[in-house]
Design a protein around this ligand. Structure first.
Ligand SMILES: *Cc1c(COP(=O)(O)O)cnc(C)c1O
Length: 465
């Protein structure tokens, strides 16, 4: 059985990877041909709509395959991974809800038409106003800590709400290879630290005293967390729910929110691990999770979108320094912040395209792919072997559909690039749709206090006189 699965997976992964790379190459070529990319638009983000749809379908199928028929499963996309309204609408249409963690993200989900009943609010610093809004809308809320539960107590007393409510726990099962995305360490800032003195008993009592607490939530970590650790986080959450329900003498907790965090393979094209693999691992390690007694919520972000986005940037200059070839491009820290500041933890694959947007062949040359920002470390890739990039060519940063070009960092007042979705046009070509307009320079000025030019000089005018 196991071997059969692995066989199928390998086949799917290989053919899926080949097709995705093919779609991407065609899109880059078409973006240049159609003028989306060129001297006047030197950096863009491209989103593969076919790929996004396939990942959404794969996620749903993976859980459907292991959950008892009729189990309610809400896959809520972690909006922070790709906070773009058209993406949220596309996912909603594909049966995926939204996990939000700020007033902005909640507003994006609503603008995309994601219903409150398919939305979950999880942030660690919710204000009373945010909590009130969520409960008024009927959005699910997971309380992060005892003080937040106090606030929920008051709100629940003051007005009835349809919001499913729960508590977020930190199972403290440990971290992965990247500190910044490890949420289940001993001292993580998220949730109620379950193994701390008295904490477990506090959580159990919180549920016994509040019939309206019906969910339990944990998110064990993101990129860099091994699957086995994610599964342990889920197992701890499940065990606690079982304990609470046993002590309550009834099915108090009816839904488990198991978070997101499936790691993405940034080293090659394949989608590994797959949702199917993770769901099967959970079914093995925590069989009770899928027997139909619990509704399920998941919160995957990176794994749904990363593979379907590409940053493509024009090579403005090709130069050499101290024997190193350097391609100076228009994509750097503003669109790949984590990679530039922490290159060891967040390496990206780079693909080389010629001035017409065709994959570049030719012998590989060790070179730096630099960004446009004014500091020496602004490199997308350092000492990378690639076909030599020339002036007018294009460098593409792959797997950047989540936490990259949708997470603009305004260093050097570099403008946010335009983002375009692409799909086959039905007659062998590629059609693009605008997901986000490029930011104009006038907008850069206005968002940088342009309307308040004399605010500081007039503030102290009486002193200088
Ligand atoms: C960031 C986050 C997620 C999504 O993590 P990914 O690694 O993008 O899948 C899910 N849930 C919570 C609470 C998060 O903070």
């Amino acid at each position: 059985m196991e071997h059969e699965h692995e066989h199928e997976d390998e086949h799917d992964i290989e053919s899926g990877a080949r097709e995705r790379a093919g779609r991407r190459d065609e899109a880059v070529r078409a973006a240049v041909a159609q003028g989306l990319l060129g001297p006047g638009a030197a950096v863009v983000g491209l989103l593969d709509v076919t790929g996004i749809r396939r990942s959404a379908a794969a996620l749903r199928a993976a859980f459907d395959a292991v959950a008892a028929p009729g189990t309610p499963v809400l896959h809520a996309f972690a909006v922070k991974a790709t906070p773009l309204v058209p993406v949220l609408r596309l996912l909603h249409e594909a049966g995926i809800g939204a996990e939000v963690a700020s007033p902005g993200e909640l507003a994006l989900a609503r603008a995309a038409g994601v219903p409150a009943a398919r939305t979950v609010l999880d942030s660690p610093a919710k204000t009373p106003a945010e909590l009130r809004e969520a409960l008024a809308l009927g959005v699910a809320v997971n309380a992060d800590n005892p003080q937040e539960l106090d606030r929920l107590d008051a709100l629940v007393r003051s007005a009835p709400s349809r919001s499913p409510l729960g508590i977020r726990i930190n199972p403290q099962v440990g971290g992965g290879t990247i500190g910044a995305t490890s949420t289940a360490t001993e001292t993580s800032k998220f949730g109620v630290a379950l193994r701390d003195e008295g904490a477990r008993e506090w959580v159990v009592r919180a549920y016994l005293e509040r019939p309206w607490l019906t969910r339990l939530h944990a998110h064990t970590g993101s990129q860099g967390i091994p699957l086995s650790l994610m599964a342990r986080g889920v197992a701890e959450t499940y065990a606690l729910a079982e304990e609470i329900n046993a002590r309550a003498g009834r099915h108090r907790i009816d839904t488990l929110d198991i978070g997101g965090g499936l790691p993405v393979n940034f080293a090659s094209e394949g989608t590994t691990p797959s949702y199917a693999q993770f769901a099967r691992l959970l079914a093995e390690e925590v069989p009770g999770l899928f027997d139909g007694r619990y509704g399920l919520v998941t919160e995957f972000g990176r794994s749904l979108l990363a593979k379907h986005g590409t940053v493509v940037a024009r090579v403005e200059y090709a130069k050499s320094a101290g024997g190193r070839r350097i391609a100076v491009t228009h994509a750097g820290v503003q669109v790949a912040t984590r990679t530039v500041y922490a290159p060891e933890a967040w390496p990206l694959r780079i693909a080389a395209y010629d001035a017409e947007g065709r994959p570049k062949a030719g012998p590989e040359v060790v070179q730096d792919v630099a960004g446009p920002a004014c500091f020496a470390g602004d490199l997308l890739a350092e000492g990378r072997a690639l076909p030599l990039l020339d002036q007018g060519d294009y460098a593409a940063a792959l797997d950047t559909g989540a936490y990259y070009f949708a997470h603009h960092y305004a260093y050097n007042s570099l403008a946010r690039p335009g983002i375009y979705g692409f799909a086959p046009d039905g007659s062998g070509g590629i059609r693009f749709a605008t997901v986000r307009e490029p930011q104009t320079i006038a907008e850069v000025v206005s968002e940088s206090g342009g309307a308040h030019a004399s605010a500081l000089t007039t503030l102290c005018a009486h002193e200088s006189r």
